[in-house]
Design a protein. Structure first.
Ligand code: K7E
Ligand code: RUQ
Ligand code: CUA
Length: 646
């Protein structure tokens, strides 16, 4: 990258290093050492604002050194429990956001701040379970579906919502700092799978499917599945509290919301109420449940609900014949549920049926009014191939459906599928492209918003087999990038990824505005530290204090490269120690860490952030602590000692 190009942006490598040097001035000469020793490290920090221009010109997936991608991808980490941020079209992994997992680098799942978030809104049963099992938090999660908050039918860059199928949670990531800020456990459900935010007027609700049928109340039989139910949950996306739930029939799988703010949808398999595979795929037809949001809100207002475990639950079972739900039959075991960006259609992907069922949302008022039959809402049902799982859109009237069994992506035209359903002799299928192998979700750039731009499609394939160097019996998945800007789909990139991307959201970079450093005036993450420091008469930003409070010891320190303000502290064996570290660096990319020898502790402390950890000093002796985030030429020297007196 030429200096000219850098200078246009006003953000040259030199100016970055200049400020870095200033930050090291606390120790004589250290700043200069920083320049000499760490120059290769700093290079990556210089960003070019002109980036991505060459990629735009020829619509290549090549993003050269120093150039930036045009889209952020938020990729689910599946059973890894995290979210990964990628750049598209380069498909480079940029960041990992721990959510339901424990993370060694950042201390997520160990720091006080992360534990406050993870355990902030869990049920009393879970709290007791954690105690009984000597766990600080649930150590795992199964995160399938990341979705961004909407305002007026398009992404607004505020939040990404995710679910945890393993431990029934919904979490929220703040996109300004790319960290999880809220977690809520959903009671009365088993397996929170499908997740979708309301699109209009804004998010609003975040809808979460309970997948497995279970007995909901103590009076439901614990042994007879005739008495077991699935529950659909609406979480308030602002407060992250549960707004209401709906009791329904069948296992809820995936869901979506319309573009009008009136209805939401869940595919359902296992209308049979079976407990095994054979039984669960027996019926020729299952259904999609349609939820009438205004009717449910009205019912809650009128008091037409049962309160179960502190949540208001309305009865949307078919037998209840309420106005909260409608059940529309669709062929065997539908899976993906996708609203088209024109706001008109909902696609229900057949899975065990080779079809995708297309609903016209404009017919739903009549369905709820009893003027038409459920199947009258269906306007197309094209036969696409074996194992349709998920559908994405290009904003030009075409749909792209993954065929799990055929290992293909099929591009088809929505209008032609509707014509064919009416009996006209047209073939909606435009092209089939081999993908490698067994695709689940697919996703197009901005394709779940009214601003679908039809540039790129990513196929998230479950198997990679021979596509990469063999790494042993456990293989990576394969995230494949497909150029859909022209008439034909073109496969341009194979991207290996660890267990296991299900879903991906692709948002234009211009919609997301992350900060360069944390904001001391917005201490949402370390509010508890602010409160405690105030009681102790400590100012976090200038702290170098060791406060004894009975058998509790609180150590407050700052981190400014390459020193901690408390180089050594002494405690007694058995004391409960809390260490608060505040990073007072003001420039970007200067993260410090706090790792404590033999105590299983590591914290990430970002620029202008405070992080803390509490532990019992049960091991006597001298325990070094050190900064594990490479920050300075004297990074190795950035440390100190905790002396624990026996
Ligand atoms: Cu199809 Cu969990 Cu979205 Cu996986 S689900 S593929
Ligand atoms: S030290 S530059 Cu741990 Cu070899 Cu890293
Ligand atoms: Cu601070 Cu390394």
């Amino acid at each position: 990258m030429s200096d000219d190009k850098l200078n246009q942006t006003g953000l040259s490598r030199r100016s970055f290093l200049g400020t870095a040097a200033v930050s090291g001035a606390g120790i004589a000469g250290a700043g200069l050492l920083g320049l000499a020793g760490c120059s290769n490290k700093s290079e990556g920090g210089a960003a070019s604002g002109t980036a991505g221009s060459s990629a735009a010109a020829d619509h290549s997936d090549y993003v050269g050194p120093g150039e930036l991608d045009q889209y952020y991808a938020f990729n689910s980490g599946g059973q890894s429990g995290e979210v990964r941020v990628l750049g598209v079209p380069s498909m480079r992994e940029l960041m990992r956001i721990p959510v339901f997992n424990m993370d060694s680098a950042t201390g997520w799942g160990r720091s006080n701040e992360s534990l406050n978030i993870l355990n902030g809104n869990i049920t009393p049963e879970t709290r007791k379970f954690l105690q009984d099992n000597h766990m600080r938090c649930m150590p795992n999660g199964d995160l399938h579906h990341p979705h961004m908050s909407f305002t007026d039918q398009t992404y607004d860059g505020r939040y990404v919502y995710v679910q945890d199928k393993a431990n029934n949670r919904v979490a929220r990531i703040r996109c300004d700092v790319m960290k999880t800020d809220k977690v809520v456990e959903i009671p009365n459900v088993s397996g929170v799978h499908g997740l979708r935010p309301q699109r209009y007027p804004k998010t609003g609700y975040v809808f979460a499917n309970g997948e497995h049928i279970i007995p909901i109340t103590k009076t439901d039989s614990q042994t007879d599945p005739k008495d077991w139910w699935a529950i659909y949950t609406a979480v308030d996306g602002e407060t992250m509290e549960i707004a209401w739930q709906v009791q329904v029939d069948g296992n809820l799988d995936n869901g979506d919301a319309d573009y009008q703010g009136k209805y939401s949808f869940s595919t359902c398999y296992n209308s049979e109420r079976a407990l095994d595979v054979q039984g669960a795929s027996g019926n020729e037809q299952d259904w999609v449940v349609v939820f009438n949001i205004a009717a449910i809100e009205e019912g809650i207002k009128k008091g037409d609900f049962k309160e179960i475990n502190g949540v208001k639950v309305v009865d949307g079972r078919a037998a209840a014949q309420s106005n909260y739900t409608r059940y529309i039959p669709v062929p065997n075991s539908p899976h993906g549920c996708n609203a088209s960006p024109d706001g008109n259609y909902i696609m229900l992907n057949g899975k065990l049926s080779p079809t995708v069922t297309v609903l016209d949302v404009h017919k739903l008022d009549d369905l709820f009014a009893g003027k038409i039959q459920p199947r009258d809402v269906v306007v197309a049902e094209p036969q696409l191939g074996l194992g349709p799982l998920h559908t994405a859109f290009d904003g030009r009237g075409n749909a792209y459906t993954t065929l799990f069994i055929d290992s293909q992506m099929v591009k088809w035209n929505i209008d032609k599928a509707i014509q064919a359903y009416k009996g006209e002799k047209v073939d909606p299928i435009i092209q089939k492209l081999d993908v490698h192998y067994q695709p689940g979700h697919n996703h197009t750039t901005m394709g779940e918003t009214k601003e679908a731009d039809g540039k790129w499609l990513v196929s998230l394939n479950k198997f990679s087999k021979d596509r990469f160097l063999n790494v042993g019996p456990l293989k990576p998945e394969n995230d494949q990038l497909i150029d859909i800007s022209g008439d034909e789909m073109r496969l341009v990139h194979d991207g290996p990824s660890f267990a296991e991307p299900h879903d991906m959201l692709l948002v234009a970079a211009s919609k997301v505005h992350p900060k360069q450093t944390w904001d001391r005036n917005d201490p949402w993450m370390w509010q508890a530290a602010v409160d405690q420091a105030k009681k102790d008469g400590v100012i976090l930003e200038r702290a170098a204090n060791v406060i004894r409070d009975g058998k509790k010891v609180r150590v407050y320190m700052t981190a400014v490269a390459p020193v901690f303000s408390v180089p050594q502290f002494e405690v007694n064996q058995g004391d409960e120690v809390t260490v608060y570290v505040t990073n007072m660096e003001t420039i970007e990319d200067l993260t410090h860490g706090f790792t404590l020898d033999n105590y299983g502790i590591a914290l990430e402390v970002g620029p202008q952030a405070t992080a803390s950890v509490t532990f019992t000093a049960s091991r006597p002796g001298v325990h070094w602590f050190y900064c594990q985030w490479f920050c300075h030429a004297l990074h190795m020297e950035m440390g100190g000692q905790m002396i624990v007196k026996a």
